[in-house]
Write a protein that binds this ligand. Sequence first.
Ligand code: PNS
Length: 168
Amino acid sequence: MNERAMCPGSFDPITYGHIDIIGRTARVFDEVVVSVFDNPNKKHCFPCEKRLQLATESLRSFPNVVVERGEGLLVDYARRRGIKVVIKGLRAVSDFEYEFQMAQMNRAIANHVETLFMMTKPEHSYLSSSVVKELAGLGADVSEMVPEIVVEAFTERLDEGWNGDSGI
Ligand code: PNS
């Protein structure tokens, strides 16, 4: 049986924390679908097409990982793609409440998808796209936190006048 898992998120932008979780998922499942969604609760620094491109290029070295645009409800998307398992990374207790609510809500509206949690590596426990955006917007060096292509994308956004607060 071809076991497929989904790693959903807004990936604004993808970080080494995401890449670690996706890479470890790719060692456990036959195929990993990384689905890039818009999150209506967040202001995005990068439009979806750019987030997709950054994730695709950053994950190129994993042969069993595909990156796609996610649309609509996560549970509907999973059903259409024949996916029964969603993997989420957990950094700290602070992530738990939000992730617990989403997992319970997804279960309430559909029971064909299981959400499983994977602990991040300790060295990534402080890393989040939001913090990276704040740092990059203030001109800090984030090259230890995100791939080079993302650093370049931040430079382009700064050249466009982005300052870390404004978003799409
Ligand atoms: O990286 P993020 O921003 O925490 O990812 C959140 C995401 C994209 C996984 C979440 O917003 C989501 O599942 N969106 C799809 C729409 C949906 O199903 N929403 C109901 C969630 S209970």
